[in-house]
Design a protein around this ligand. Structure first.
Ligand code: HEC
Length: 156
């Protein structure tokens, strides 16, 4: 009984702050949150690989192959499904995706394909040694930054 009262009070407070209203007005909130989660996980895995490439961390085959497999799996998930039309920067809260994602969709998807290819190459490198990871880092990091340069509004 007490629990329910607390739940109700919390809900009333959230409603008062317009939390629910805001979500209802931004139909793209979930998609934006989903793509941010995918991107952040890739950044974390890239950090693991980068640490070994730079010699900051010892080469660990299990950790390296896991990180590379994660990036490959996430790359295979990225599609227009997380980028519904209308969810660009300025129109959807928290979105830094530029309108060109949709205006130049073929090129955007080609960059997704580049990411998949780079992630596949990194999987081979990750199973080899730190030098191979280092050599493969340019292609993978390059795939990230090529897309960001064209399609992501820099956070200022
Ligand atoms: C095909 C295009 C594309 C590729 C490839 C790509 N990204 Fe992104 N990334 C984006 C876009 C667009 C955004 C902005 C999304 C938004 O704010 O809605 C973004 C945002 C991010 C963010 C910010 C997330 C946040 O919470 O604001 C990080 C971190 C990130 N990407 C990491 C990576 C890493 C690491 C790679 C490579 C392993 C990568 N991205 C590859 C398009 C791409």
């Amino acid at each position: 009984m007490k629990k329910r009262l607390i739940a109700f009070t919390t809900m009333a407070a959230l409603t008062a702050f317009g939390v629910y209203a805001q979500d209802a007005e931004d139909p793209f909130a979930d998609a934006v949150e989903t793509r941010h989660g995918l991107m952040l996980q890739m950044a974390s895995d890239l950090g693991t690989l980068g640490g070994m490439a730079k010699g900051e961390a010892a080469y660990d085959k299990t950790a390296a192959t896991k990180a590379a497999a994660n990036v490959a799996a996430i790359a295979s998930v990225i599609s227009m499904a997380q980028f519904p039309a209308g969810s660009e920067n300025g129109k959807s809260a928290d979105s830094y995706a530029l309108a060109d994602v949709w205006a130049k969709q073929d090129d955007f998807l080609a960059k997704v394909a580049d990411l998949n290819n780079a992630a596949a190459a990194m999987q081979t490198a990750a199973a080899t040694d730190a030098d191979a990871i280092k050599a493969s880092m340019a292609q993978l990091g390059g795939a990230c930054s090529a897309c960001h340069k064209a399609y992501r509004q820099p956070e200022s």
